[in-house]
Ligand binder design. Structure first.
Ligand SMILES: *Cc1c(COP(=O)(O)O)cnc(C)c1O
Length: 390
């Protein structure tokens, strides 16, 4: 597209009320952030446990910079495999209880690299319709047949599995916590179907790592499915508060990815400071379970109160709480008015979510105080009434 065509497309996006713009925040990410010089309460970050600016993570990063420098110099396979990466991978495998672990630079790259290498022409991938975009992209890149089943619809999944015996391999892939709805995949049922119909299972724990399960290991721990999920992927950029992603599984799986995952091979290794900070984050996940307890307490409180006001929060069970507005422009206006009263909640519109389900995506943090939460709820009540939504 040339500039004229780009202008035309942008005008069309504008007409549909779907134009997106970057918003600048100043200072560290925490329960309160600064926008346009104004302090606002932050209810849209994935920094669930408040670790993004934690002193111990800062210190770990600084120490790693002093010991190993800033850049990693090359891809992991060339000469970029450093102590900090080795430590992080050993720590991840230990924490998750899997034989091996591999770190990718981002969750997006992990999903693309894993799916496009594990699956090939002649295979079939079954993917929940609400799975993350990176799962869609990785699946398409694999050239396997790609089927998206209706959200959490196990009957349809079973029907499709039944008639997929002719494919060389079958893979079921799901987010464990859905990023825009905040509900949890029925991973126990998925594993059962996979066993019955000889399929592999891959789970994306992006929003579950550090959040779900008694020790914060994710949905696999939550459902007690240790040893029954072939590929456990997750991110270090959300509850862990840093950046990057992991794949945990058998040593064969990891060795294969090192040899075949293009988004691992053909990219510069993660900076050592990031790896060191992520290792420090896992230490905190283990040592400070009260963060997770606060997170769950705060989530239950906000969700219950929003429902009491009469809002639909879909089937949210986690710190991700959608507040359904439906109309895109109204969702944007809602978000704008909240911001004017010092509350930052992003409006999420199609194509990120299905048509006519525009919403505010409220995310709760462990570090929000009761006053923060009441401030949010009060503002939502006022603006919601003003917009005739309740
Ligand atoms: C955020 C997210 C990703 C991407 O992870 P990044 O590290 O941000 O690239 C992948 N999958 C899901 C479900 C996510 O929510």
């Amino acid at each position: 597209m040339n500039d004229l065509e780009l202008q035309e497309s942008l005008r069309e996006i504008e007409r549909q009320g779907l134009c997106r713009n970057l918003r600048l925040t100043e200072g560290p990410q925490s329960r309160e952030i600064t926008m346009n010089g104004q302090k606002v309460l932050n209810f849209c970050s994935n920094n669930y446990l408040g670790l993004a600016d934690h002193p111990q993570l800062r210190l770990a990063a600084i120490r790693a910079i002093e010991a190993e420098g800033v850049g990693s110099g090359a891809s992991r396979l060339v000469c970029g495999h450093m102590r900090a990466h080795q430590k992080l991978e050993a720590r991840l495998a230990g924490f998750k209880g899997t034989p091996s672990a591999l770190v990718f630079s981002t969750g997006y790259m992990a999903n693309v690299g894993i799916l496009a290498s594990i699956c090939e022409r002649g295979d079939i991938i079954f993917s929940d319709r609400l799975n993350h975009a990176s799962i869609v992209d990785g699946s398409l890149l694999s050239q396997a047949v790609f089927k998206r089943y209706p959200h959490k619809d196990m009957a349809t999944l079973e029907e499709w599995l039944k008639s997929a015996g002719g494919f060389r391999r079958r893979l079921i892939v799901t987010d464990s916590v859905f990023s825009m709805d905040g509900d949890i995949a029925p991973l126990d049922q998925i594993v059962e179907l996979a066993q019955r119909y000889d399929a592999m299972v891959m789970v994306d724990e992006a929003h579950a790592f550090g959040v779900l399960g008694q020790h914060g290991k994710g949905a696999v721990e939550h459902f007690h499915l240790e040893g029954k999920v072939d590929i456990q992927m997750g991110t270090l950029s959300k509850a862990a508060g840093v950046f990057g992603a992991y794949c945990c599984g058998s040593s064969e799986l990891i060795q294969f990815l090192v040899n075949r995952a293009r988004s691992f091979i053909y990219t510069t290794a993660m900076p050592p400071a990031i790896a060191a900070a992520a290792t420090a984050a896992i230490d905190l996940l283990e040592r400070e379970p009260q963060r997770r307890e606060n997170l769950w307490k705060n989530s239950v409180y906000v969700r219950t109160e929003l429902q009491r006001m009469g809002f639909s929060t879909l089937e949210s069970q986690t710190p991700i709480i959608p507040l359904i507005v439906k109309d895109s422009q109204k969702a944007v206006e809602f978000s704008q008015r909240l911001l004017e009263s010092g509350i930052f909640v992003q409006a999420i519109r199609p194509p990120t979510v299905p048509n006519n389900t525009a919403r505010l995506r409220v995310t709760v943090m462990a570090t929000h105080t009761k006053e923060d939460l009441d401030c949010l709820l009060g503002a939502i009540r006022t603006v919601g009434k003003h917009l005739c939504l309740i």
